[in-house]
Ligand binder design. Structure first.
Ligand SMILES: [Zn+2]
Ligand SMILES: [Zn+2]
Length: 155
């Protein structure tokens, strides 16, 4: 039996995965699968507590009746955004000094020395406080070599 909401949720999941693949191709770096460690785990917790506290809110386009992929970055933490809003945030990465800052420890390892890291969560269940779409949530950020080394134990 066709379930339009389930179809949408599946499409949202596929689109989220496509984003992850494109991200890896464009930025290199690593896609961290669950269970996360290091900074990835910390950002997951930070996002969850920000949502609970109402410090992070969904963008105006996310809708509980229309699952779609969601995106969050620790350097723009106030909003969980749809893809369009997220693309705007990414377009604001303009090569300033701040763009070379490690999201994990705040260090400046030098131009183009950050590792791009992306991580994806299932939206449903993880976001009981986010009354919005239940598509996957992609979190991505940049880490200096030291933080990155802690991210992947034994690598
Ligand atoms: Zn939006
Ligand atoms: Zn660092």
């Amino acid at each position: 039996m066709a379930d339009p909401l389930l179809d949408q949720a599946n499409a949202a999941a596929a689109e989220g995965l496509a984003f992850m693949r494109d991200f890896k191709e464009a930025k290199g770096g690593e896609i961290i699968a669950v269970p996360p460690g290091g900074c990835t785990a910390r950002f997951h917790q930070e996002l969850a507590s920000r949502l609970r506290a109402g410090l992070t809110v969904p963008c105006a386009h996310l809708n509980p009746g229309a699952p779609q992929p969601m995106y969050w970055v620790p350097w723009d933490p106030e909003v969980v955004g749809c893809r369009a809003c997220h693309d705007v945030a990414n377009a604001n990465i303009t090569g300033t000094l701040e763009d070379d800052r490690c999201d994990g420890c705040g260090a400046y390892p030098g131009r183009d020395q950050l590792y791009a890291v992306a991580s994806q969560l299932t939206g449903g269940g993880y976001f009981p406080h986010l009354r919005a779409a239940t598509g996957p949530v992609t979190i991505h950020f940049g880490l200096c070599p030291d933080c990155y080394a802690k991210e992947i134990p034994g690598d």
